[in-house]
Design a protein around this ligand. Structure first.
Ligand code: 5GP
Ligand code: MN
Length: 319
């Protein structure tokens, strides 16, 4: 796929990602935004996303993100990054449906392709890595390199997870040549947490429960507890990784309440469990080692339903 060819003659271009945008979603959307502004200065380019976490405020274009999406004029090209179209913010759905051309760029194995033009590469570490591969490299500058780098570090756990390939490292090496302060960026956007976030993490770890002979772990937060600490969903990023890091755990589940009898579920695993398969069964998706879904029922209903699927996979490994 050639981004500029797809945008040829376009005067209005929109870019969006998934609800509750994470680092890869924000990084890849703003990287594409910066690139198109540079290459197509005559076009109007707009990014639509739910308000991303403040830690991403240093990425160029962050202030230009439209979180309301009240525009009604149709777009010539509408990009959906890091997501299937069904998972974009609700107010953008109508504009997407009216767009002359839709383009889907993603790296989730659960995405079987969508839009008029679909570019889904499950082997890529991140959507930001795909944006790097698709752009003319002479357009790279410090701001564009920073946006792509943030996307990559957030989806690879700073080049740690198994989705990190030699190519990912080569791209990282090229990007840091642009001279941004990458140790600071990693610390401030990935590792650093507020005092409140740390308290919540402590509580989640303290209240966690192991099951299936200690091979799985689950913990969660209900609405009341989230309100007590004054935390929002975007403050909870990374908590599930702490559960997954516990010795002996093959599958970690973290859930937080999103409504009456409704939970957002995050799943993480090692090589034994394909959590994308589990999440897809419940209408979600993601990657083999990291996936998510939204489930109806009480906390215990959700855990029971998930554990049936996880157990089946763990049992299959015993044979
Ligand atoms: P997280 O647990 O961090 O929210 O998400 C882990 C991975 O699964 C991410 O790549 C994320 O995009 C994907 N994911 C999380 N929730 C959903 C969901 O409800 N639907 C789909 N299709 N993917 C999800
Ligand atoms: Mn991603």
């Amino acid at each position: 796929m050639n981004i500029l060819q797809e945008c040829q003659g376009a005067s209005r271009i929109a870019i969006t990602g998934h609800v509750r945008p994470d680092g890869d979603c924000v990084g890849s959307c703003l990287a594409l935004y910066q690139y198109l502004l540079k290459k197509m200065p005559q076009a109007r380019v707009q990014v639509y996303l739910e308000k991303p976490a403040e830690i991403f405020a240093g990425i160029k274009g962050y202030d230009q993100i439209d979180t309301l999406c009240e525009d009604t004029d149709p777009y010539d090209v509408f990009f959906v990054l890091d997501s299937v179209p069904e998972r974009m913010m609700e107010p953008a759905q109508k504009l997407y449906a009216q767009a002359r051309k839709t383009v889907n760029i993603d790296h989730h194995i659960s995405n079987s392709g969508a839009g008029d033009v679909s570019y889904v590469v499950p082997g890529a570490s991140s959507t930001a890595e795909l944006i790097y591969e698709l752009i003319d490299k002479e357009a790279l500058d410090t701001d564009l390199a920073t946006a792509i780098y943030i996307g990559i570090i957030h989806d690879t756990g700073v080049f740690q997870y198994s989705n990190t390939s030699p190519r990912t490292m080569e791209i990282g090496a090229h990007l840091i040549r642009f001279g941004f302060d990458f140790p600071k960026l990693i610390q401030e956007t990935f590792y650093q947490k507020t005092y409140l976030q740390s308290h919540v993490l402590g509580r989640v770890l303290l209240e966690s429960i192991r099951f299936m002979d200690g091979s799985c772990i689950v913990s969660g937060l209900d609405r009341k507890t989230m309100d007590f600490y004054g935390v929002e969903p975007k403050d909870l990023d990374g908590i599930v990784n702490h559960l997954r890091n516990i010795k002996g755990i093959h599958c970690a589940i973290f859930m937080y309440q999103t409504g009456v009898l409704e939970y957002k579920v995050s799943l993480r695993s090692d090589e034994l469990v394909d959590v994308s398969e589990v999440a897809s069964f419940f209408g979600g998706g993601g990657h083999v080692r990291a996936a998510g879904c939204t489930m109806k029922g009480t906390f215990h209903d959700c855990v029971n339903n998930l554990s049936l699927h996880i157990e089946k996979q763990l049992e299959a490994h015993k044979d």
